[in-house]
Ligand binder design. Structure first.
Ligand SMILES: [Zn+2]
Length: 227
């Protein structure tokens, strides 16, 4: 005989591990799922994922499934409003949830691995830092972002483009490629073809995208992936 750790009821052997009866085990699992979901939410907030994208009502697009593990990143290209940023927010939530379930992670062990850059806002921060205290503090901001284990650079091309901005983007992407750090990008600027990202920044940025990332085109209506 053994007794359940939680409800203390007695049951015939064999004793399960942990020593919980089926209903108590179910409750404990549900509690952990709720706890983890809360922690994942907190993690998304700490990473800087905007609230608007955190609460998307749809499911993570299946084309992001291959990026659950490994070093490859993705670049979502498409017009405004097709859900590129929301897709990445859903992806981060799904990836973290699966990781935490697999690792059995609870409250203490959620490492802050994600960083979300709203690129136009980040560019303004770097410009401010540059204006106030020069190159050193601007570089610090760039380096901190470049070093994030997992990075989202959201809305490339929506900022006011200057030569310096192209240089910063290049430095950021170049560092990530060299250190095999997965990067997830969104942009409405085409990576190749007319009006492409290199023409926009007049520097070899496309090479730092197509090397380490899969370029995924999102279309207007269906959020479906084009080949
Ligand atoms: Zn019980």
């Amino acid at each position: 005989m053994w007794s359940c750790l939680k409800c203390k009821a007695a049951f015939p052997d064999p004793r399960p591990e942990p020593a919980l009866c089926a209903p108590c085990f179910e409750t404990a699992c549900a509690d952990r799922r709720i706890l983890r979901a809360g922690k994942v939410d907190q993690m998304l907030a700490t990473a800087g994922v905007p609230l608007k994208f955190r609460n998307a009502a749809w499911k993570m697009p299946v084309f992001l499934e291959p990026f659950m593990k490994g070093h490859r990143g993705a670049c979502l290209v498409g017009p405004e409003g097709v859900g590129k940023s929301a897709a990445l927010a859903l992806f981060i939530r799904e990836r973290e949830t699966r990781w935490s379930e697999h690792e059995g992670a609870l409250e203490k062990d959620f490492p802050a691995v994600w960083r979300w850059l709203d690129w136009p806002a980040f560019v303004m921060d770097v410009q401010d830092a540059y204006g106030q205290s020069g190159e050193v503090s601007a570089n610090k901001l760039l380096k901190a972002a470049a070093a994030a284990p997992l990075l989202v650079v959201d809305d490339i091309g929506a900022e006011k483009v200057t030569e310096a901005v192209g240089g910063w983007l290049y430095v950021l992407l170049d560092h990530r490629e060299k250190w095999l750090l997965p990067t997830f990008l969104t942009t409405n600027v085409p990576i190749e073809g007319p009006g492409n990202i290199d023409e926009r920044y007049s520097t070899r940025i496309s090479g730092r995208i197509v090397g380490p990332c899969d370029v995924l085109k999102m279309s207007g209506k269906s959020r479906r992936l084009k080949p």
